[in-house]
Structures are given as C-alpha cells and as structure tokens.
Design a binder for this molecule. Structure first.
Ligand code: ZN
Length: 296
C-alpha cells in the first residue's frame, strides 16, 4: 500500500515529506494507457503534487499544471490533503527515443512552457473562492527540478525535491515510484541546508530502493543523510477521482430536456468520459428517460 510521511528535522526548521507511490502511478498509467516516457512524466507529477498537496489545509485543493509546447502537450495533477491525487496528460502516447544515458527523455516531451500551481481554499466542501495561482517558466522539464524552482521562486521556500518512477517490461509496468520533498523553513541553518542539498544531489535512485521494499522513512533517511529527523505523521495515499455515475447523470440533466430528448431519439443513449481518470459512464435510453422524468 502507498504511504506518505511528514517529518521534521533540525529543531523544526526543516520539513520533510516523503512517499511511496507505486500503486498510484500504476493505476494512473493503466487508466490513461500512457507510453513509458509519459508514464515517467505523469508519475513524477502525481508524486510531486501529492507531496506538496499534503501541506495544504483540510478541504483545500492543490492543482499543479505543466502547460508546455512539447509532445506531451500538458500534464495536470490534483491533490487533496487527505492523501488522494488524480491526474492526466494531453497526449498519452508521446514516446521519443531515450536519452544517450538510456533514461526516458521526460524533458524532451515536456519542452518549454509554464509550471503553474493553483491553490483553492475550501473547494472540497463546495467553496468557490478566488484561487491563488502561482506560475514560473519550466526550467528543466524533468519535473522534480521544476517543483523546487517553483517553491523557491514563487513561494520563497528553498526546497529540494526527488521524484522517481521505475518501469519494467511486464505488468504491472510500474515497478516502483516515490519521492521526497524537503523544505527549509525560516531560521534553517545554512550549514544544514548545504548538507541536505549536497546529500540530495548525490542520493541514489530512490526507485531502486522502493523496488527493494523501502518505505517513506527510508527515502527520508537517504535524502537527509546524517541529519536526524522525527516522523510526525503517517498516512495511506491513493489515486482517487471525484467522478461518479450520479455526477455524470447530473451533467446530462443540466443540458436540458430538449437535448436529452434528442440523445434518446438520435443516439439511443449517452456516453461520458472523465478526463481525470478516463472512466467511462454509459447511460442507456431508459436512464435518459428517467432523467427526463425526474426533471419534468
Ligand atoms: Zn474521474
């Protein structure tokens, strides 16, 4: 089961969030039928958004978007503070040749564009306040660096971010996925910051560790090196969408009686697809007739 932890280090001046997200990324990539390189890109986005999303308040929603010119066209991920995340890409089948070092060319399919973070307070309980939107140019396209750049530039929080997805040739195609987000809060000692940055830059591939069974505590330990940390909270995390047959029916009803009538006569039913999770909802003619009846 996927898990996330919150930890603190250096007398509370360093915040550490880490997670194992293998199941989340396996489900998202299966649902969207993504190519290997897009799977890596979407998996990193989902993991980074989940880590950052775990710092928001209850009922708030965090959306991270990459609007880009590369072949993937755009990536969107959305998280709640309850440990759920969902996401999608514009073009799931982009697949360039690997980089000379054999790695997936994630920055190659992302290209140039903007990294956008949207924070909506209370949106999970129906509030619709003005969202807070922060945006920075894409500096790397490898995604972890873009999260770190955004946090430093737009939110003035020096951060180190590690995100990794390991794929394999057999099902489930996602062998391991995980990430670590380290944030230096006001008062963080420069010496500690340098030490952590140095450790993170030399960290071994977190995904190999996850594949061998490492948990979020192990990822935090590797990222922090000799810096001692204390775990404050632990929670299960999962891929979850907010769509449902009821919501799909409500959307059809909102189209109005004339439109629903024409669906019955001309299309003998209706099919709706959720962009976030690729779930399809089919409504038969009898369902549409019920909708007409209920809204008469
Ligand atoms: Zn959905």
């Amino acid at each position: 089961m996927d898990r996330l932890i919150h930890a603190t280090a250096a007398d509370g001046t360093v915040r550490v969030i880490s997670a194992v997200t293998t199941g989340i990324v396996a489900e998202a990539t299966r649902r969207h039928g993504t190519s290997p390189t897009v799977s890596a890109a979407l998996g990193r986005m989902l993991t980074g958004t989940l880590l950052l999303g775990s710092t928001i308040k209850e009922f708030d929603r965090l959306t991270v978007k990459i609007d880009c010119s590369g072949e993937v066209g755009g990536i969107t991920a959305e998280a709640t503070n309850r440990g759920t995340v969902r996401g999608f890409v514009k073009n799931p089948i982009a697949e360039p040749p690997p980089k000379p070092n054999g790695k997936f060319d994630v920055s190659g399919i992302v290209g140039e564009g903007n990294f956008v973070v949207i924070r909506e307070a209370g949106s999970e309980i129906g509030f619709r306040p003005e969202p807070y939107v922060g945006s920075v140019p894409i500096v790397s396209g490898e995604i972890a660096e873009d999260f770190a750049y955004y946090l430093a530039k737009s939110e003035q929080i020096p951060s180190a971010v590690l995100l990794g997805v390991l794929l394999q040739n057999t099902e489930p195609f996602v062998a391991a996925s995980g990430g670590v987000l380290i944030q230096m809060m006001p008062g963080a000692n420069d010496h500690i910051v340098t030490m952590i940055e140095d450790t993170v830059s030399r960290s071994p591939h977190v995904t190999e560790m996850v594949k061998e069974g490492a948990g979020p505590e192990d990822l935090a330990r590797v990222a922090l090196g000799v810096v001692h940390f204390e775990v404050l909270e632990e929670k299960p995390v999962s891929f979850a969408c907010t769509c449902s047959l009821e919501k799909a029916s409500a959307m059809i009803a909102a189209l109005g009686g004339a439109e629903v009538q024409s669906m019955i006569e001309e299309e003998s039913g209706a099919v709706m697809n959720c962009g976030f999770c690729n779930e399809t909802f089919s409504l038969a003619t009898s369902d549409l007739e019920n909708i007409l009846e209920e809204n008469r």
